[in-house]
Design a protein around this ligand. Structure first.
Ligand SMILES: Nc1ncnc2c1ncn2[C@@H]1O[C@H](COP(=O)(O)OP(=O)(O)OP(=O)(O)O)[C@@H](O)[C@H]1O
Ligand code: SF4
Ligand SMILES: [Mg+2]
Length: 386
């Protein structure tokens, strides 16, 4: 870690300060981050002005449908983007130091030792022709300058800590010799190898079956607690983040549309989009044949997003104002609860909008939600009563 702290210090912006030397600074502060792609069709606004911060040891869930910008948001913070045709603006303050202008070679000292990522599919992120041992010890040599015997001992301890039996034997094997769950455990071990303070887990369980999903989520949570690491848990599934995060940010079409402490979000959600996401996941107490609500329509084209609220074409609360005026991100009566909506759920304006559209039904707001129950993704998950 020493090398990371030395190399990334940056002239005018960082002054004499270096990463990892200011324990008083917020771990991560993202300010108005934009990440756009130049394409033949025009500019794709994948991340369009996101502001967010995360303290040490805390977990934020980033939730949204496919294409909402979750992965690009995480990759943009880490500087893991394509080399060409990318426009990246805004500020990414890591321990008070703006890392957005760092070069790839400077970022290489940050990856692994300060922040690391667990990807969705371990088969594509592990090198199929390299033994597990080599993949695990490489970052230890690179970032921590470990001697070979120390690196091997550490690799064995890491595999053991992520629940892999016979870890010494596994070091000599290739990824295809392991099950999907084991491969994801190896990915987590690699991500944790150099003791990062910030872990991004991007849909870490989507490729796994339901029981293994729960094990991997529990493992991430356990490692995070033991290491007092901060975590950004990216998922399309509100059920996954319900009992596992301190805070949730809901993304839609490249923007954060609602953000709140987890309990506040579930008990008092303001955005019709958050409400629709919640209604679209299965609940344990419903009979198995219960039809799930689907969110009609599709997310907007990010080259030509609609001029008003980006969710308007799909929103059952939408009014003429929503089509022309973009709602700003404002704070509710609860500090830290932000949302973008002209006709919020559970308010007189929202209820009137629903009634005007001929929609009935009680809003999700105020309905008790059991976010303390151990939640798992897939058929066995539950987010409370509706
Ligand atoms: N290299 C690229 N060039 C152009 N557009 C891109 C590129 N990478 C991503 N995008 C677009 O950016 C948007 C956001 O993509 P992103 O992968 O962040 O979505 P996501 O929320 O992670 O979705 P999923 O849940 O499917 O993983 C999408 O519209 C995607 O097509
Ligand atoms: S601003 Fe309008 S369209 Fe957008 S979420 Fe609120 S009610 Fe729906
Ligand atoms: Mg993604």
């Amino acid at each position: 870690m020493t090398s990371a702290r030395r190399v990334v210090s940056r002239g005018s912006d960082a002054g004499t300060r270096t990463l990892g030397t200011d324990p008083a600074a917020t771990l991560l502060k993202v300010i108005d981050l934009k990440t756009h792609f130049r394409t033949e069709r025009g500019i794709v606004r994948a991340v369009d002005g996101v502001t967010m911060s995360l303290d040490r040891g805390r977990t934020i869930g980033v939730v949204g449908e496919s294409g909402s910008g979750k992965t690009i948001f995480a990759r943009s913070i880490m500087g893991l983007l394509p080399k060409h045709n990318v426009i990246r603006e805004g500020r990414v303050l890591y321990e008070g130091v703006d890392i957005i202008g760092l070069t790839q070679s400077q970022m290489r000292h940050v990856w692994g030792s300060e922040m690391a990522m667990v990807f969705q599919d371990p088969m594509t992120s592990l090198n199929p022709v390299m033994k597990i041992g080599k993949q695990l010890t490489e970052p230890l040599y690179l970032h921590l300058n470990m001697a070979k015997s120390d690196a091997l001992d550490t690799a064995i301890a890491l595999l053991s800590s992520v629940g892999i039996p016979e870890p010494a034997q596994r070091l000599t094997e290739y990824p295809h010799q392991l099950s999907g769950g084991m491969r994801q455990r190896v990915m987590i071990a690699i991500a944790l190898a150099c003791g990062p303070k910030l872990l991004f887990a991007d849909e870490p369980t989507t490729a796994l079956d339901v029981t293994v999903q729960a094990q991997i989520l529990n493992l991430l949570q356990q490692q995070q607690n033991e290491r007092h690491m901060a975590m950004v848990l990216v998922t399309h599934d509100l059920g996954v983040v319900a009992g596992r995060t301190d805070e949730i940010a809901v993304m839609y079409a490249g923007k954060v549309v609602e953000q709140a402490p987890t309990r506040v979000l579930f008990e008092n959600m303001k955005m019709p989009y958050t409400q629709a996401l919640l209604a679209s996941i299965p609940k344990l107490e419903n009979p198995s044949h219960t039809q799930l609500e689907i969110i009609g329509g599709r997310p907007p084209d990010l080259v030509h997003p609609p001029p008003g609220c980006r969710f308007a074409p799909r929103c059952k609360y939408a009014q003429p104002r929503c089509l022309t005026e973009e709602p700003p991100l404002i704070e509710s009566e609860v500090p830290g609860h932000l949302y973008r909506c002209w006709f919020p759920v559970g308010t007189p304006e929202g209820d009137e909008a629903l009634a005007r559209n001929g929609q009935s039904g009680r809003s999700a707001s105020g309905v008790p939600v059991n976010i303390d129950s151990p939640l798992v993704s897939g058929a066995t998950r539950s987010v409370g009563r509706f």
